[in-house]
Design a protein around this ligand. Structure first.
Ligand SMILES: NC(=O)C1=CN([C@@H]2O[C@H](COP(=O)(O)OP(=O)(O)OC[C@H]3O[C@@H](n4cnc5c(N)ncnc54)[C@H](O)[C@@H]3O)[C@@H](O)[C@H]2O)C=CC1
Ligand SMILES: O=C(O)C1=N[C@H](C(=O)O)C[C@H](O)C1
Length: 247
């Protein structure tokens, strides 16, 4: 069996340290490098694939460095705006053999939740997203919630649905949440939580709730390991693990 060498950026963090353990325990993968803030990424310890879980402001430069080195990258860090994705696509055009996967969520159940939400969206007048996370999370809304709202918004637009109904005219403190792609998104931060999301759909006389819970960060590891194994077969930029899983 051939061995894929893997380096991890953000290796000291909650996700990075879990990824190091998962890579060390996976058949056919070898952990060759651990990098964190202020480390010189250099040749990335000669890795075939890098896994990147750092912070939104650092991730684009880290990924750009990997692409420049001709190394495939699996990215879990959030904060990839449309502008940042466009810049990465531009860079990848000059490195046609390199694959980059950016996934807002590597838990299989979360990927399914987003797919189910996209499927349900056209059938309901109302839609709202509630994401619930540990209080050490620095970004809100979560990348998963933003992506879910984007998928729901796109499905609604394709179906000719207009704005979600909402008679609110006074909301000085933002109690109705943020709006992402026209969908209200609410962020909860609570000690004891890991990563959770509910997608609520409403229609006269009925409600559909789609909920996913990650109780432990090990829930993300099968998706990360699958992505490491496959990223080399997908040159260019892929956004969302569903494209590797046929979901
Ligand atoms: N896609 C997914 O399935 C998941 C994504 N995430 C995302 O992953 C990211 C990291 O989350 P956590 O591990 O919980 O955060 P964390 O704060 O525990 O870890 C981040 C690590 O990145 C390091 N870091 C900071 N600046 C850096 C730089 N310039 N270069 C290299 N490393 C740097 C920090 O020192 C820290 O060790 C967040 O954006 C989070 O939303 C988290 C869980 C699952
Ligand atoms: O910071 C986290 O913990 C998580 N971040 C990702 C996100 O923002 O969606 C994925 C998961 O929700 C955990």
């Amino acid at each position: 069996m051939s061995v894929t060498s893997v380096s991890v950026i953000g290796a000291s963090g909650r996700m990075g340290s879990e990824v190091c353990r998962a890579v060390e325990g996976a058949d056919g993968l070898e952990l060759v490098g651990r990098f964190d803030v202020d480390d010189d990424l250099g040749d990335l310890a000669g890795a075939d694939v890098v896994v990147e879980f750092s912070v939104p402001d650092a991730s684009p430069a880290n990924v750009a460095h990997c692409v420049e080195q001709g190394v495939h990258v699996v990215v879990g860090t959030t904060g990839w705006s449309a502008d940042r994705l466009d810049a990465l696509r531009g860079q990848l055009a000059d490195h046609p053999g390199v694959g980059v996967l950016i996934a807002p969520n590597f838990a299989i159940g979360a990927v399914l939740m987003m797919a189910f939400a996209a499927k349900a969206a056209e059938f309901y007048e109302s839609a709202e997203v509630i994401e619930l996370h540990h209080p050490d999370k620095v970004d809100a809304p979560s990348g998963t919630a933003a992506r879910t709202a984007e998928l729901i918004g796109a499905a609604r637009e394709a179906a000719g649905l207009t704005d979600v109904p909402d008679a609110t005219t006074s909301d000085p403190d933002g109690a109705r949440g943020a709006r992402a792609h026209g969908i209200p998104v609410h962020s909860v931060r609570l000690r004891g939580l890991v990563a959770h999301q509910e997608v609520l759909f409403g229609q006269t006389g009925e409600m559909l709730t789609i909920r996913h819970d990650s109780f432990d960060r090990v829930s993300f590891m099968p998706g990360v390991v699958a992505a490491v194994r496959r990223v080399g077969e997908h040159p260019g930029l892929t956004v969302g693990l569903e494209h590797y899983l046929g979901i």
